[in-house]
Design a protein. Structure first.
Length: 243
């Protein structure tokens, strides 16, 4: 059975390119062989499957390799062990808390990127929670989110995972992006994008808002590419205030 992107509702407004596209049950991953981690992940934050905190299914915590990726490009648990970096979710576990299998697949390492604990456990979590608050607004019909790493090759690159058995190494991103597109019940679209350095911060989330065009340039991908026209380009060039 061929899983055509056009049949997946996550791709309604576009899907960036990647070395290998992984169609999970409830989200899509664009994997980078070069970086041995996701180039992006695409999800719909789906209200019918989101449970109130502590009332959904239990967090699976079953981190595991994704055997759909060729071994020479595949991250393994040993690559993160003792590195000092968290296995940072790009599709949050709490976004997929409706069913056990739904939550479990967020723990595939093809949904993980090496994040500093001060990022992953603090400001990144605040951003994930803020997206769920946005999704819960009465006027929002659906919330689409693309998330991924950003590398700045003007800066030194830290590498983890010197695994002698398969020689896999994983470069540590300098920052992360999250681009959010909401559709309201009248079909109107709104767009926000964030870029946050891979480190802790006490600044408000609004300080990390950037034009979507900046994310496209830094991450090397085209976002929401099914949307065309001057109005979309204008939307991508501006910074919308926090919700």
């Amino acid at each position: 059975m061929i899983d055509l992107p056009s049949l997946r509702k996550e791709t309604r407004y576009g899907m960036p390119a990647a070395d290998q596209i992984l169609f999970n049950r409830y989200y899509i991953t664009g994997y980078s062989y070069y970086f041995r981690q996701p180039k992006w992940v695409l999800e719909i934050v789906n209200p019918p499957t989101i449970k109130i905190e502590n009332e959904g299914v239990e967090r699976s915590d079953n981190f595991r390799p994704d055997y759909r990726i060729p071994q020479m490009f595949r991250a393994d648990l040993v690559d993160f062990r003792g590195s000092g970096y968290d296995r940072g979710h790009l599709v949050p576990s709490a976004d997929q808390a409706g069913m056990q299998v739904q939550n479990s697949e967020t723990f595939l390492l093809t949904n993980m990127s090496p994040q500093k604990p001060d990022l992953n456990r603090v400001i990144w979590r605040r951003l994930e929670n803020a997206v769920r608050v946005l999704n819960d607004r009465a006027d929002v019909l659906e919330t689409y989110v693309v998330t991924g790493p950003v590398f700045d090759f003007d800066k030194p690159v830290t590498v983890i995972g010197t695994n002698d058995s398969n020689q896999v190494t994983i470069p540590v991103p300098h920052a992360y992006f999250k681009s959010i597109l909401t559709e309201d019940k009248r079909g109107n679209l709104e767009m926000w994008s964030f870029m946050i350095d891979n480190e802790g911060s006490d600044l408000p989330l609004s300080e990390f808002l950037v034009p979507t065009q900046k994310v496209e340039i830094y991450a090397g991908i085209k976002l929401w590419n099914n949307l065309v026209g001057s109005e979309i380009e204008e939307e991508k060039s501006k910074v919308r205030s926090m919700w």
